[in-house]
Design a protein around this ligand. Structure first.
Ligand code: HEC
Ligand code: CU
Length: 316
């Protein structure tokens, strides 16, 4: 991990423009601070108690023109800097069409990444250098914020919205990824790494990743190992709903609500089964909180998703 020194590496093509604005602001503000502090010091000495300096009032025209000039010059200066920074923001919001789209799901307290080919990562994002990348981000629960300081990019991820963030990583390396919006108990641990690789390395990395199919296969094994199959399949003694065809379908709950069986629903069913009880069933499913890891939930979810079409259900 590149440890930030005094100045972070400029690891994306957006970074330099942001830094230029920051430096300009620093220089202009410092110059004004120095000027004001200098004048205060000079006047404090010149007009100290008992000094012989003249206290005659200045000609009024001088006082007025200098006052106006100084006020409007600084105002103009800072409006110009604002316009400059705003135009940079607008450019960031309307870049050319991205070449690579990556889906990112934020939830307490992890970043779940899915590449176009189905390759998944958790708390890690691999991207190729020199390619315009677009993240399509959603939150499953509360507001999170995707922040990579070395790229100078940050985007809030608001539940119910699809947020887009585009950047072009430039320097191969490993960079910090933070959640920059307080999102609950483990917010401080909602951190990860962004790995920028050369396009060749990235292509090789992609092919080494297990695909959705493999994830579903390992999910099938977990489904048996954790005893889910014992209740949800075959001649179980417990009456539990069949899961084929479940994913993406509406579910009628005991309290009268109807919800859609998506990632969040499956996750909640596993971790907090007492929360949403399926209509017509007893709340006998035990909670697997602390038993299955986030990675294993991803596997189980992939398996349940693969059972989507009842026709080819149970191919694994
Ligand atoms: C002791 C039996 C039992 C075990 C073990 C069990 N479940 Fe369940 N499960 C149930 C019952 C009963 C329901 C329906 C009542 C409810 O919603 O809690 C249910 C509901 C669900 C639902 C919602 C289904 C729907 O139709 O909306 C999912 C998803 C689910 N379980 C997945 C799992 C997974 C994954 C495992 C293993 C990690 C598992 N279950 C283990 C009994 C069980
Ligand atoms: Cu967060």
């Amino acid at each position: 991990m590149n440890e930030p020194g005094i100045w972070l590496p400029q690891a994306s093509s957006e970074a330099a423009a942001t830094d230029t604005i920051l430096i300009a602001l620093l220089v202009v503000s410092s110059a004004i601070v120095l000027l004001v502090a200098g004048l205060i010091t000079v006047f404090a000495i010149r007009y100290r108690k008992g000094s012989p300096a003249s206290r005659e009032p200045l000609p009024s025209i001088f006082a007025r023109d200098v006052e106006f000039g100084w006020t409007f010059a600084t105002l103009g200066l800072f409006i110009a800097i604002f316009a400059w920074a705003a135009s940079q923001n607008i450019t960031l919001a309307h870049p050319p069409a991205a070449r690579m789209e990556i889906h990112v799901l934020a939830k307490r307290w992890m970043w779940k990444v899915e590449h176009a080919g189905g390759q998944g990562e958790i708390d890690e994002l691999h991207v190729p250098a020199g390619e315009l990348v677009e993240l399509i981000m959603q939150s499953e629960d509360v507001i999170h914020s995707f922040y990579v300081p070395a790229f100078r990019v940050k985007q809030d991820v608001v539940p119910g919205h699809t947020e887009r963030l585009r950047f072009t990583p430039e320097k191969p390396g490993t960079y910090h990824l933070f959640c920059a919006e307080y999102c609950g108990t483990d917010h401080s641990r909602m951190i990860g790494r962004v790995v920028v690789q050369s396009p060749e390395e990235f292509a090789a990395w992609l092919t080494r990743q297990p695909q959705e199919d493999d994830l579903a296969k390992s999910g099938r094994q977990l489904f048996v190992r954790f005893g889910c199959a014992g209740c949800h399949e075959g001649q179980a003694s417990v009456r539990a709903p069949r899961l084929s065809g479940l994913f993406g379908a509406p579910v009628q709950l005991a309290d009268g609500r109807t919800v859609t069986a998506d990632d969040a629903y499956v996750r909640d069913s596993i971790l907090q089964p007492k929360r949403d009880i399926v209509a017509g069933y007893d709340p006998v499913m035990p909670s697997f909180a602390g038993v299955v890891s986030d990675g294993e939930i991803a596997g189980l979810t992939a398996y349940i998703r693969a059972l989507r079409a009842p026709a080819d259900g149970g191919v694994y």
